[in-house]
Design a protein around this ligand. Structure first.
Ligand code: ASP
Ligand code: MG
Length: 420
């Protein structure tokens, strides 16, 4: 079995879906993982916000736009007006949920997951029907049943051991002779039966878990870039493609904010030593980037800019030494609110943490204050990482200036926390 993953950008229009079918070609034994089309997940977040703010009007408007957007893709694919029953049913269900009046703010994350999951349910339904129509029989899998996740919403991890028999049963349910499977990225089911999501951009991780469970020979992520680049070409000119990476470097890159692959993707692959190909959607013949256990060393510097950061400067009110006495308390509090720390800097009594902005950041700050710390929170920060920096890059990007709050330098890596 091979696993192919197609992101939202790759299936954002009818051409994208046709191209997906071209890439599948006459392959067999394929598990295809697909994200929501285009920017659907962002739009569904707005649907959720309408529910959250008691504003069904907004939710219904967003749903109407999504209906139109998907209908245009369907009509294009079928060369004329076409209604897909299962897609209609999904939209009807989404509308029902969005206009339900028993919203309880304590269940915000459950509502979020339930609503946002529709993007992938809709995209995979369209693509599965289209593939069948275009001569590629396939079996659609509901990953809410195929994946058992933790009982946590918005950022759930998949319980691989518990999911393995479920996913295999879903596969076994296919009609005889069918060996192409299609499932949603990004979503799963909690032990209590509710829908969960795996964190924004989590479809890569879904595909990796599928690959792990099915002992796949490889996983390929089809993207609108030629492969993994050493920098975001939109931000840093002169970006070049990296032909090979190892798992470890890839985790470091993803963690630093490189948009190559979701950071949780590598572990399930590494456990089974499955190679990961990042390949250009537009041209199947191009080699892309291969990621595996061992690779030749990366020969170019790598530049990564991670936006949406907050700097927390934490000091205990009794002036105890932060590393010796307080570290455990601080990090277990942050873990409780699922705050992801990207950089740590300390003095005797201060601990500075560069963390991701999330829903729970203010609650975490309040809890830290409650626990006896003074906390200074600085918003709108970004974290720049340069691995394998040269003197020239250092001078160009890592100079201390009024916007720079922290700079950390080792022999090979420099990291800068600065105002956006
Ligand atoms: N559709 C989800 C998102 O946009 C998951 C993904 O694309 O990987 O975050
Ligand atoms: Mg997406």
């Amino acid at each position: 079995m091979k696993v192919y993953k197609f992101g939202g950008a790759s299936v954002r229009n009818a051409d994208g879906v046709r191209n997906l079918q071209k890439i599948i070609g006459d392959e067999h034994n394929l598990f295809i993982v697909v994200s929501a089309m285009g920017k659907t997940t962002n739009a569904l977040e707005k649907v959720f916000e309408g529910v959250q703010h008691g504003d069904p009007q907004t939710s219904m408007e967003r749903i109407a736009e999504l209906r139109e957007y998907h209908a245009a893709i369907i009509n294009d694919l079928w060369h004329g007006p076409k209604q897909l029953e299962r897609v209609e049913a999904l939209f009807a269900e989404l509308e029902r949920i969005a206009t339900q009046t028993d919203y309880d703010p304590r269940d915000a994350e459950l509502w979020y997951d339930t609503i946002v999951a529709f993007g992938e349910l809709i995209s995979t339904s369209i693509i599965s029907d289209y593939l069948a129509f275009a001569g590629t029989p396939n079996h659609w899998i509901d990953m809410r049943r195929g994946f058992r996740t933790e009982q946590r919403h918005k950022d759930a991890g998949v319980d691989i051991a518990a999911s393995a028999p479920l996913l295999r049963a879903e596969i076994a349910a296919a009609a005889p002779g069918i060996d192409i499977f299609i499932g949603q990225g990004f979503i799963g089911g909690a032990p209590d039966g509710s829908t969960t999501t795996l964190g924004r951009e989590g479809s890569d991780y879904s595909a990796a878990v599928v690959a792990n469970i099915l002992d796949a020979e490889s996983m390929s992520v089809w993207k609108d870039v030629d492969g993994v680049m050493n920098a975001d070409p939109k931000i840093f000119p002169d970006a070049v493609q990296i032909p090979e990476l190892n798992y470890l470097d890839t985790i470091e890159l993803a963690y630093s904010g490189a948009q190559v692959i979701h950071p949780k993707t590598i572990k399930p692959l590494q456990n089974k030593n499955i190679p990961l190909y990042v390949r250009p959607f537009g041209d199947k013949r191009k080699p892309g980037t291969v990621i595996r256990g061992i690779s030749s060393p990366v020969e170019v510097p790598i530049l990564i800019l991670k936006k949406g950061q907050v700097l927390l400067t934490i000091r205990s009110r009794d002036l105890s030494f932060v590393l010796e006495e307080k570290l455990g308390t601080i990090f277990s509090l942050l873990e409780r609110f699922r705050i992801k720390t990207n950089l740590v800097h300390n003095s005797a009594v201060n601990l500075s943490l560069c963390v991701d902005t999330t829903w729970h950041i203010d609650e975490a700050v309040a809890a830290l204050r409650e626990a006896g710390f003074d906390v200074l929170k600085t918003d709108d920060m970004e974290l720049l990482t340069i691995r394998g920096y040269t003197e020239e890059l250092f001078l160009r990007y890592a100079q201390i200036g009024p916007k720079v709050f922290i700079r950390q330098t080792t022999q090979s890596t420099v990291r800068v926390v600065r105002k956006q």
